[in-house]
Design a protein around this ligand. Structure first.
Ligand SMILES: [Zn+2]
Length: 120
C-alpha cells in the first residue's frame, strides 16, 4: 500500500469515529433537555455540562472539516504540500497529524500570529 493510501484510510477511519462521537454528544444534550425538573444546583451543573458538550461538538466539527480538507487535497493531488510555503510536509509529520496542511515551521508561524491576535 502506498503511504498516501494508508493516510487516506486513517483519515476516513478517524472521520467515521468523530461522526459517531458527534451523534453521541447530541444524544446527551437532548437527554439533558428532557430531564425531569431538577433542583437549582443540578440545573447549574447541567448547564455547565451542556456548555462543555457544545464546546466538544465544535472541536469535533472543526476536526472533521480539517479531515475533509485533507481528503480533498488527496483527490486534487496537492496533499502533503505546505499551504503556506509550498514545501513538502515530511511524511513523519503526516503520520502523526494526517490532516496537517502546513509544515512545522509554518504551523508555528500561524500559531504565533493567532496568539498575537488573541493578545491584542
Ligand atoms: Zn511551510
Amino acid at each position: 500500500m502506498r503511504p498516501i493510501d494508508a493516510l487516506r484510510r486513517r483519515l476516513r477511519e478517524r472521520r467515521r469515529k468523530l461522526l459517531r462521537l458527534v451523534t453521541n454528544t447530541e444524544d446527551e444534550i437532548l437527554a439533558l433537555d428532557t430531564n425531569v425538573p431538577a433542583e437549582l444546583e443540578e440545573e447549574a451543573q447541567e448547564a455547565r455540562l451542556a456548555t462543555v458538550l457544545v464546546w466538544l461538538d465544535d472541536r469535533i466539527t472543526a476536526e472533521i472539516e480539517a479531515i475533509d480538507h485533507a481528503l480533498t487535497r488527496i483527490e486534487r493531488g496537492d496533499y502533503g504540500t505546505c499551504e503556506d510555503c509550498n514545501d513538502p510536509i515530511p511524511v513523519e509529520r503526516l503520520h502523526i497529524l494526517p490532516a496537517a496542511t502546513t509544515c512545522v515551521h509554518c504551523a508555528a508561524a500561524r500559531e504565533a500570529t493567532a496568539r498575537m491576535r488573541a493578545a491584542s
